[in-house]
Design a protein around this ligand. Structure first.
Ligand code: GRG
Length: 289
């Protein structure tokens, strides 16, 4: 029987949402505005891809979802903080995210900045309490200036310029791929993965992360506000460095597909427990939102 990814995603997403519900401060806990703003963006929908990858990373090496749930939630909180800040007028200046108005459109810029800061702070609090020091380090590097923030800096500095393929790959590997890889790796680390298993997971995460961002670039060209939950076509209007702009749509699709196959090949040595991540790899390529 083939693996039922839809059921797997629905089950893991429910568990992640229930845990997030527990970890986020109550909407009416004072000062209520900030807690409402945090919850507004976290519970606006979202695929929960990073937490599910953390769970899949653990399960691939014999671990359990329960052990990694707080870390999985921390990764989603960091991701949500990056979306809130990325949407600010000083950055991408977006009105829609996850199918609703962006955080600053509802709560104002000051609260949106603080909501992002608060989610990041809460995430590291959760990691400190429930993860290992190795995982805290992994996530900190992935989210920081040698990871996501570094990629965002080069992305912003490249707007309106024609960048070479190396810079484009640098942006994508850092802005997006670093946190995706850290998600898989953190789950596997907490589950006590052996060094060879961790190497395989790290390699798969590197390929998956880059493929994810290339597909994101393609969706920005081909998708709509209804499908994506955010304004489509923004990359072109903002003259962003993207794969379709640099290589064309068809070559970008081929590159993403090759990366997905590389990721699946890296996971072969882990056998059937890695089946959910292999199915997730295909999902990343086929997704429409
Ligand atoms: C502001 C520090 C800082 C970093 C911003 C990741 C990032 C860097 C910005 C997010 C904006 C963006 C569109 C990034 C490209 C790919 C990406 C992360 C898309 C959104 O991720 P999904 O599709 O979103 O997993 P959901 O809503 O499903 O969780």
């Amino acid at each position: 029987m083939s693996f039922d990814l839809a059921a797997y995603l629905a089950d893991r997403r429910r568990a992640v949402d229930e845990a997030l519900e527990r970890y986020l401060p109550a909407k009416d806990a004072p000062p209520a505005t900030i807690h409402e703003a945090m919850r507004y963006s976290v519970f606006a929908g979202g695929k929960r891809l990073r937490p599910i990858l953390a769970i899949g990373g653990a399960e691939a090496v014999g671990g359990t979802m329960e052990r990694v749930l707080p870390t999985a939630c921390a990764l989603e909180l960091i991701h949500t903080y990056s979306l809130i800040h990325d949407d600010l007028p000083a950055m991408d200046d977006d009105d829609y995210r996850r199918g609703r108005l962006t955080n600053h459109k509802v709560f104002g810029e000051a609260i949106a900045i603080l909501a992002g800061d608060a989610l990041l702070t809460l995430a590291f609090g959760l990691l400190a309490e429930h993860a290992s020091i190795e995982v805290v380090r992994e996530v900190a590097w992935a989210a920081g200036t040698f990871g996501m923030i570094g990629g965002q800096v080069v992305d912003i500095q490249s707007e309106g310029k024609s960048v070479d393929a190396e810079t484009l790959e640098y942006i994508h590997r850092h802005k997006t791929a670093a946190l995706i890889r850290a998600s898989l790796v953190s789950g596997a680390m907490l589950a006590g993965a052996s060094p060879p298993a961790l190497t395989a997971i790290r390699e798969a995460g590197t390929h998956l992360g880059l493929a994810f961002q290339i597909v994101d670039d393609i969706l920005d060209v081909e998708g709509s506000l209804e499908e994506l939950g955010k304004t489509a076509g923004k990359d072109r209007r903002k003259k962003k460095a993207t794969y379709p702009e640099h290589f064309g749509l068809e070559t970008s699709r081929l590159k993403a597909k090759a990366l997905i196959e590389d990721a699946k090949a890296a996971l072969l040595s882990l056998g059937s427990p890695a089946e959910p991540i292999r199915a997730l790899a295909d999902f990343i390529f086929q997704r429409k939102s």
